[in-house]
Design a protein around this ligand. Sequence first.
Ligand SMILES: [Zn+2]
Ligand SMILES: [Zn+2]
Length: 225
Amino acid sequence: MADARGSGEIVVRSFTGGMFAENTYLAACARTGAGILVDPGAATADALRAAEASGVTIEKIVLTHAHLDHVEGIPLARRELPGIPILLHPADLPLYGAAPMQAQMFGVRLEPLPPVDGELVVGETVRFGECALAIRFAPGHAPGHVMLVGDGVALVGDVIFAGSIGRTDLPGGDFATLMRSIREQVLTLPDETTLHSGHGPDTTVGHERTTNPFVTGVYGGGGFA
Ligand SMILES: [Zn+2]
Ligand SMILES: [Zn+2]
């Protein structure tokens, strides 16, 4: 769908699909062609095709969190890229295990998910080629939600969207916790940082800081500019 180049070497492309209109992301290190697949959802086939066409070698599957719409493409990705590791914050392992139940609730056909291979450790980085994205802990929408930050971009999953925020009424969700994550992990980034969200279009920190009603206080966000 959209191409966005950060200040340096990381190129992020998004692919949208499914009943949840979830954004699957392909982040690639421009200089080496190494890449990661982030939140493989219903549009995973498109992301895999684009990676192949542009010579990007996907080295890891990285999950911001484990809701159904962000993991339903994992079986396909694993079939096409056998052996690549699936990485998740451990606090979202229960959600990962519950994805088949969530699929049943929504009437989505979900193939069995392979086990998670490794933990995303807050404060460490996800490396691909010569590029790296820092792992930031941003719970509230999901208990083990992380953001991937670096090179002028942030893959924020369902923490914040253009003009909105992630829902907090699902199991493990908490509004106050989410608002703290937005305040401490999103609004502390430079205004020009591009935010790639799990749903909807890209935005920037500066745009959300000044116009997002949950951030400006219209909807009780606390008005922490
Ligand atoms: Zn979610
Ligand atoms: Zn989502």
